[in-house]
Write a new protein. Structure first.
Length: 111
């Protein structure tokens, strides 16, 4: 979920001219993970699952394929940047693989 939060921060910087703090990015990652867990809970009644999934925008990939998301975030104040990738299967939306990396430096968003 950290990868999603990195994407959110990057989008804010590039498109909205908002530079979210590292603490806010971590808070959002934790909240997103909790939202995801609730949306995936199989032991809850259907009505509870539907209520918890409001605002979630995940779409199932085509059967037999994987969904891959790649993003990066720049942390100008820390002179660093991070990137990540996550892949989910098409059957259950279960994460198959996730990787992230963090580097020193501040490349431009187009790099």
């Amino acid at each position: 979920m950290g990868i999603w939060s990195l994407w959110w921060r990057r989008k804010g910087i590039i498109w909205e001219n908002v530079n979210w703090s590292t603490i806010e990015v971590v808070r959002r990652a934790v909240q997103t993970l909790e939202d995801w867990r609730q949306a995936c809970a199989k032991d809850k009644p259907a009505a509870a699952r539907q209520q918890n999934s409001v605002g979630l925008h995940r779409r199932k990939p085509v059967t037999g394929s994987l969904k891959c998301n790649i993003e990066a975030a720049l942390f100008k104040d820390d002179n660093s940047f991070g990137c990540g990738i996550c892949m989910c299967d098409d059957e259950q939306g279960v994460m198959v693989e996730a990787r992230s990396a963090w580097f020193r430096g501040t490349p431009t968003p187009t790099q």
